[in-house]
Design a protein around this ligand. Structure first.
Ligand code: APR
Length: 258
């Protein structure tokens, strides 16, 4: 509500370092399906078909299923929404230093194509980026679209020139998360004055532990999410509201300072 927003804006303005953690809920208004909550992706797709173990065991079958999931998740050519834009603005002109995202849709990156790149917030992709694929042998990264076209034409799995199989450049269940990125996200959380958890159910690690890390380090913790989360107890402020209502209003309040 408005008073909480004004209080948060008052905390944010002088903050040295604010950090945001985002989940599928920030991209939902853009049309990207969420994983949980009503009509979540995992109600329609079997999560067990997309594990790293299955990719290693049966990369042909994995790719046949992944083609369907990729179309479901990203087939809509989605655009960033006002919540993405508000975060980018809070980064360029405000205290937001980093956006740690669990999303693999690449939408935060699209809002940062500004000229003064050095003032952009850092984007930490905790779960990788589904717009890329990566060769498991030589590590080459490629744009995902043409490779998915080859898979749709029957090349399962699609292979790199070196002969290795391509893998979507996202963290699969059971796969090691990129340790360096996770460590950076944890230290950002610890150093933050204000920590904003936006559009995440906060049930998947390591994201779920970041709000607690920030709270233990004395940060003001804010959660914006339509449903309750296991971290609501450590938050100073919880907005049980739509991200496209809260974030643009917060941006206005922070920018309205004369
Ligand atoms: N405004 C605010 N919150 C919203 C909105 C909205 N417009 N739309 C959805 N939400 C909330 C939902 O209530 C839900 O709690 O966003 C949350 C999204 O939660 P999940 O679907 O679980 O997404 P996320 O938290 O990002 O999942 C984490 O799980 O499946 C893995 O790797 C996948 O990155 C994903 C991870």
């Amino acid at each position: 509500d408005e008073t909480s927003l004004e209080r948060l804006a008052t905390d944010l303005r002088p903050a040295d370092s604010a950090v945001a953690l985002t989940g599928a809920g920030i991209s939902a208004p853009s049309g990207v399906p969420t994983f949980r909550g009503d009509d979540g992706v995992w109600d329609r797709f079997d999560q067990g078909q997309f594990t790293y173990g299955r990719f290693q065991r049966d990369s042909e079958g994995f790719w046949a299923d992944r083609v369907e999931l990729q179309r479901e998740l990203f087939g809509g050519n989605y655009e960033p929404n006002a919540a993405h834009e508000a975060l980018a603005a809070l980064g360029r002109r405000g205290p937001l230093e980093a956006i740690c995202t669990q999303n693999t849709d690449g939408l935060h990156g699209e809002t940062l194509e500004s000229t003064d790149a050095e003032s952009d917030p850092a984007i930490l992709e905790l779960h990788g980026n589904a717009r890329r694929v990566r060769c498991v042998d030589c590590g080459n990264r490629r744009d995902a679209d043409p490779i998915f076209e080859r898979a749709e034409d029957g090349e399962l799995p699609p292979r790199c020139e070196c002969g290795g199989a391509f893998k979507p450049d996202v963290v699969l269940f059971g796969e090691q998360l990129p340790a360096a990125v996770i460590q950076r996200a944890k230290s950002r959380a610890r150093e933050s004055d204000v920590f904003l958890a936006i559009g995440s159910s906060l049930v998947v690690e390591p994201a779920a532990s970041l709000p607690r890390l920030a709270a233990d380090a004395g940060a003001t913790v804010v959660i914006v999410n339509l449903e309750s989360t296991p971290c609501d107890g450590v938050a100073d402020i919880v907005f049980r509201e739509d991200v496209t209502q809260v974030l643009p209003r917060l941006r206005e309040l922070v920018e309205s300072v004369d």
